[in-house]
Design a protein around this ligand. Structure first.
Ligand SMILES: O=P(O)(O)OC[C@@H](O)[C@@H](O)c1cnc[nH]1
Length: 198
């Protein structure tokens, strides 16, 4: 019986109040409300294409800007991800995905290593998409990687439309995470060792 890989967290500061529930082995369903429309669109795509179930309500000091809200969602998402993985027993560990969206193409590579690291190689042709500052995507993924204790490399290999670049990136991370958290049959002993076969 596969134990449920699930986490529900609440984090409140003077800047944000965030409740998040994450299931690693979901249906890609999500209910997301951060107060930032494009960020909600990206988190919805991440859940859908990662096969994660995600519930998020984030109340933040948006009258200042979206920075605290986006960064703190990254922190809580990473904490939930790390908690849901647990002792990492039996997982694949590494994940890689190349995902296009029209002319845009992003590559994500992850290692559930326990050593937090972000390699960010994405630039945007615009400073905003809707109400979201494009500089905040790096803040989100850095906060996520640092809190999840994973190494994450995200590279934009092509793209001219900011929306397409961002969505290609979120989907690439979703697919790479899906692979990395999948159960590795070799690690679970499902495939007999070659020892003694040769
Ligand atoms: O649900 P999908 O990821 O298959 O498609 C969504 C995508 O077509 C839409 O978000 C989009 C299309 N162009 C920019 N964004």
């Amino acid at each position: 019986m596969t134990e449920t890989r699930h986490a529900r967290l609440h984090r409140a500061t003077s800047e944000t109040d965030i409740t998040l529930a994450l299931s690693l082995d979901g249906q890609g369903r999500s209910t997301v409300d951060s107060g930032i429309g494009f960020f909600d669109h990206m988190l919805t795509a991440l859940a859908k294409h990662g096969g994660f179930d995600l519930e998020l309500v984030a109340k933040g000091d948006l009258h200042i800007d979206g920075h605290h809200t986006v960064e703190d969602v990254g922190i809580v998402f990473g904490q939930a991800f790390r908690q849901a993985i647990g002792d990492k027993r039996g997982i694949e560990r590494f994940g890689h995905a190349l995902v296009p969206l029209d002319e845009a193409l992003c590559e994500a590579v992850v290692d559930i290593s326990g050593r937090p690291y972000l390699a960010w190689n994405v630039t945007f042709p615009r400073e905003k998409i809707g109400t979201m500052d494009t500089e905040l995507f790096e803040e989100f993924f850095r906060a996520f990687a640092m809190s999840a204790h994973i190494a994450l490399h995200l590279t934009c290999k092509a793209g001219t439309n900011a929306h397409h670049i961002a969505e290609s990136g979120f989907k690439a991370v979703a697919r790479a995470l899906r692979v990395a958290v999948s159960m590795d049959p070799r690690a679970a002993g499902a495939i007999p060792s070659t020892k003694g076969v040769l």
